[in-house]
Design a protein around this ligand. Structure first.
Ligand code: ATM
Length: 342
């Protein structure tokens, strides 16, 4: 089968998946797979097995929804084990499922890629080969990230996030990349509502929901920028909600698992999340000159926030950087790590 024929067959399978996903839940391993499906135009409901509790939870979720499923785990050995386990659980619950799509993609793509996450890149390469252009195989060329990138900077106030975003923007622009710096809360309708302090007096739960609603709208926009080839640098993302809203401000610490589960259907997985780590007392010292401290800046509260950030960093594979290093060194390290990921 030549590249042109292979491309046509893969596209047919994707059309079939698109049709099936209209009334079925697609079961993938992680956030990158979900994001890949979105960019391939498959917009039906997706369940992420790894981050949302494993094969049994996935099967129970589909069962409760009353829908059918499509199993679309990676087509490597581990993905095969998860697919078998899923099939068993779905069968035991009497849920109908498709595993043909995965088998077909595995057959058509196995010699090059092993997951849905890399399908976009393969399609680009096959189309380029089919039209006689040699596109190579990587998502990064010497001149840029072909498909953009999504970078998140996290940390407690005083860690130097905003300055770092500026330093990164300059460095990457100087290297010839298209860059957008953005932040959460945003300055849009919902973010602006939070920033203007119009939410005073509401419960932490209600406040958390506002942060997540702002993020839902913002994520859609950031994904468009990434698709247009921008490196999007976002000052704060979902870890801010988990770290701040679970930390016990005014004695009201929200359940971190609830906060994580609230965020999961809304977020997209960043290519890299950096935690700028600093001792809260030093952080507070740095911002001391900025005037009245907000409720977020109480040191005891920030100790909890920092602890939660470090826990998230471990669980979600953030890059932890000592915020006291020079900003230039930090920016160099981040850009090097980001490039490694492509
Ligand atoms: P900035 O200082 O980064 O603009 O953020 C405003 C505050 O909003 C920040 N406080 N401080 N210092 C942290 C807080 N925040 C949350 O509590 N939850 C969230 O989800 C986000 C995005 C911010």
């Amino acid at each position: 089968m030549n590249d042109e024929e292979r491309l046509a067959e893969i596209k047919d399978v994707l059309e079939e998946l698109k049709r099936l996903s209209e009334d079925r839940i697609v079961l993938v391993e992680g956030l990158k797979d979900r994001r890949a499906l979105e960019s391939l135009g498959i917009r039906g409901e997706v369940f992420m097995i790894q981050s949302e509790g494993g094969p049994l939870k996935a099967a129970e979720y589909v069962h409760r929804s009353g829908k059918k499923a499509v199993i679309l785990t990676d087509w490597d050995r581990r993905g095969g084990t998860i697919a078998r386990e899923l099939g068993f659980q779905l069968f035991s619950l009497g849920v109908e499922f498709d595993s043909e799509i995965r088998a077909k993609l595995s057959f058509l793509c196995k010699k090059d890629i092993k997951d849905i996450e890399s399908l976009g890149t393969l399609l680009e390469r096959l189309s380029a080969n089919a039209s006689g252009i040699n596109a190579g195989y990587d998502t990064v060329t010497e001149s840029g990230f072909l498909k953009g990138a999504f970078l998140v900077i996290e940390g407690i106030d005083g860690a130097g996030k905003s300055t770092l975003c500026g330093v990164l923007e300059k460095k990457l622009s100087d290297e010839g990349y298209k860059v957008k710096v953005t932040q959460e809360p945003t300055y849009d309708e919902i973010g602006g509502f939070i920033r203007e302090g119009r939410v005073k007096g509401i419960s932490q739960k209600a406040e958390a929901l506002l942060f997540v609603a702002d993020r839902a709208v913002h994520t859609e926009r950031m994904l468009k920028w990434v698709d247009e080839g921008y490196i999007v640098i976002c000052d704060r993302y979902f870890a801010s909600t988990v770290a701040y809203q679970s930390s016990g401000l005014n004695g009201e610490a929200l359940d971190r698992e609830w906060l994580i589960s609230l965020n999961m259907p809304v977020i997209t997985e960043p290519d890299l999340t950096v935690l700028l780590d600093i001792d809260p007392k030093k952080g507070l010292g740095r911002i001391g000159g900025r005037g009245e401290l907000s409720k977020y800046e109480e040191s005891r509260y920030l100790e909890n926030t920092r602890r939660e950030y470090l826990r998230l960093a471990d669980e979600f594979d953030f890059m932890i950087i000592d915020a006291e290093e020079s900003q230039i060194e930090i920016a160099d390290k981040i850009v090097a790590r980001l490039k490694e990921r492509f």
